[in-house]
Design a protein around this ligand. Sequence first.
Ligand SMILES: Nc1ncnc2c1ncn2[C@@H]1O[C@H](COP(=O)(O)OP(=O)(O)OP(=O)(O)O)[C@@H](O)[C@H]1O
Ligand SMILES: [Mg+2]
Length: 237
Amino acid sequence: MNRDVDRELAIETRDLTKIYGSGNTEVVAMRNASMKVSVGEVVALLGPSGSGKSTFLTAVGLINPPTSGQVYIRGQLVLDGSTAHTNLRAFRRRHIGFVFQKSNLIPFLTAIENVQIAIELNGESSRAARRKAMELLDDLGVGDRAENRPSMLSGGQQQRVAVARALANNPSVILADEPTAALDSERGRQVMELFCQVAHEHGAGVIVVTHDHRALDVFDTTYEMEDGRMSPPTHTV
Ligand SMILES: Nc1ncnc2c1ncn2[C@@H]1O[C@H](COP(=O)(O)OP(=O)(O)OP(=O)(O)O)[C@@H](O)[C@H]1O
Ligand SMILES: [Mg+2]
């Protein structure tokens, strides 16, 4: 297909469909889900449990490819169905920050090492990576827990370390699956504001899955999934 690329879009998905299993165990988790996220735009993704939000987010995050449909990042086609059009691992590391629904920190590394390693993998020296990691942990209010392993941290503290790691390489796409579920409302708002700051300062596109209807005013746009289908966007005024 011939189409003009749109460099002002951080993210575009076209008709993402995901089918898990086959035969009578087949589950259509996502049906023709399309979304456009501009550079600097912060999107909330709502929807009931099982509606396909994580399936959508992990497809955009190049972690769990769709059965069909396209993912464009910064105007570049990166995934067409399960066919990769680039080195997904390298692309993900450079361009995408992902905060998972369940924090997936590396258990045998300390908080600071978990953030530092993400920066070093992108080619920074270990000294510069450590300094940047410490700054991020401080920003997120967990600087004093830098030397603790994840098992020594509360759920909310682990989640903040995971957010620090996702922001570590100034990604152009930030994807977060209920990043504030384990946080009190003030911490939750701080994390959301940090996402907005990164979106606006670095021109990132951000998608946040959230159940927290109290904090929707920080988002530019809201989408809702239901039974695998994506609603049209609602823009915050
Ligand atoms: N690996 C899998 N194998 C089979 N079915 C799956 C798999 N992962 C998800 N599903 C199914 O796909 C549908 C969408 O799941 P998904 O995890 O995307 O929902 P969700 O909106 O993120 O839900 P929640 O709010 O509970 O996290 C559900 O019916 C789920 O049971
Ligand atoms: Mg989910």
